[in-house]
Write a protein that binds this ligand. Sequence first.
Ligand code: BV8
Ligand code: ZN
Length: 259
Amino acid sequence: MTSDLDCARSIIADATRVVSLTGAGISAESGVPTFRGPGGLWKSFRPEELATPDAFRRDPQTVWEWYAWRRGLIADCAPNAGHAALAEFALRRGGKSIITQNVDGLHTRAAREASGQADPDAAVPIEVHGAIDRDKCSSCGARTPGVADVDVQAAATLPHCDVCGGMLRPDVVWFREPLDPDVIARAFDTARAADVCLVVGTSALVHPAASIPMVTVERGGHIIEVNMEDTPLTSFASVSLKGAAGQVLPSLLDVDLSN
Ligand code: BV8
Ligand code: ZN
């Protein structure tokens, strides 16, 4: 009896192009809270109150307080075996293949750690929802490295743009904001050209990102899902592996992380 893992491994072995779409679940074992699971961020905060342009217009201090808290939390986290396995696999296969909804930067750190002196680019993800460690000017759009200590005491003490004086915001995509058209087009094109879309640690509820794996299926490719629970994509998956990303990915991708 072939196990689901063996079935998934043989699909990947036969594939020419494997792309992955990751969500907050791949960072859970690194200590970064997910959004919708038990203890998730949206359990104690309502996304409409913190992750929308209206919320930022209405109460920039509270939005900045939440993002500064998350920035500090993420700064103390490290990539886990799931990030490392995906990075090794991407470097081995070549060609940009990691698409992430996450803004925590852990895939990029794993890419640098896995590549050593070599070019990490194949393992650097397409970040469809932006990056929490970058700021963007809400007036002129200038992007800068994230301000380290945000003073949320007053609107005047929040970070402002050196170029035009406009108020800075975290460089992430909020609800009801369009994604960067070039970034999301690249993500869909990458998935369209793939034989397999490996979907890891996402509830597959947020669009348009959650639709990315469907273009692989529409072209006759496979979805392999790694999650702790079923999602709206599970019924489209050729194999659905229940388990933690950090446990499943090294054996699924045949990556030995012991050294
Ligand atoms: C837009 C901000 C249009 C950054 C986030 C249909 C089509 C198009 C849009 C919509 C649509 N329907 C509704 C919309 C609007 C909306 C949307 O999708 N709403 C949903 C909630 C219904 N979409 C938007 O607003 C998008 N913009 O469409 O604009 C437009 C066009 C033109 C002009 C104007 C507007 C913008 C979406 C981006 C929102 N920003 N975050 C930040 O602060 O982080 S979304 C937020 O959710 C995060 O970015 C996150 O990445 C994303 C998805 O969540 P997940 O990553 O999946 O995390 P979650 O906690 O949900 O799930 C974790 C999973 O992991 C679970 O399944 C769990 O079982 C699993 N897990 C846990 N531990 C492990 C594990 N798995 C493996 N191993 C483990 N150890
Ligand atoms: Zn500016």
